[in-house]
Design a protein around this ligand. Sequence first.
Ligand code: DHB
Ligand code: FE
Length: 279
Amino acid sequence: MATIIGGITTSHIPAIGNAIEKNLQETPYWKDFFGAYPPIRDWLNKQQPEVVVIFYNDHGLEFFIDKKPTFAIGAAARYHNADEGWGMKTIPPVNGHEDLSWHICNTLVEDEFDITICQEMRVDHGLTVPLQLMWPGNSYGHMKVIPVAINCEQHPMPSPKRCFALGRSIGKAIESYEQDIKVVIFGTGGMSHQLDGERAGFINKEFDLMCMDKIVNQPEELLHYSIRDLVEIAGAQGPEFIMWLGMRGALTGQVKELHRNYHIPISNTGAGTMLLENL
Ligand code: DHB
Ligand code: FE
């Protein structure tokens, strides 16, 4: 049977991709941010998962605001990255795991989630920056990736509670998959940030740290927030935290925190990084 070995959270800010490309990891602005990743990479090297399920939001590359699925699951053999229009370098294609994707889709529909199943799908910085962070030099070719894109650009967006339930159903699906494979789950995005309007640059450190505390063993206490609450408390793009809740929902066992880092600001965002083991 497939095993879920743990969850990893990270911001997916495009500037991170640019810093990697320009080799700025050791410069004063970036040092403390990038310093969070070696222990996570060591853990991944030791654990050797075969599949990564990535909860992320597509910022307009594949789904623009004219057509926006609430939940879109990739079921392709390959996913391509493309120019998002701001000069960020594209990364090599990402391999998929079609069979596990379809197994997850079947379970989700049985569980009454009305998903969009994508047999073709381009993937944006929400998915690619985390891969670049975990596998430097784009050395993720051995990994099979399952993209789970949650709408976080066009209101109405799904609630924290709903995203956690989506994660639960995905976790159940993975654990009922008959192949003996190890699966790791990523929740990308967040933490507090607002990119536009009068409050551009708004970050709520206290709220971010509280969310990092609670997501380990009391995630249910984060589920009463509405999307509107998250906008007010954590900025217009603060709802990206629903990706973390999807990830956390998929961790079915006892969860142990192995590593965390919080760094502000990177670009306009509170950057949170966590490694949670699923015991
Ligand atoms: C930034 C953060 C994001 O989550 C994103 O998708 C784009 C930009 C930022 O802080 O610049
Ligand atoms: Fe984002």
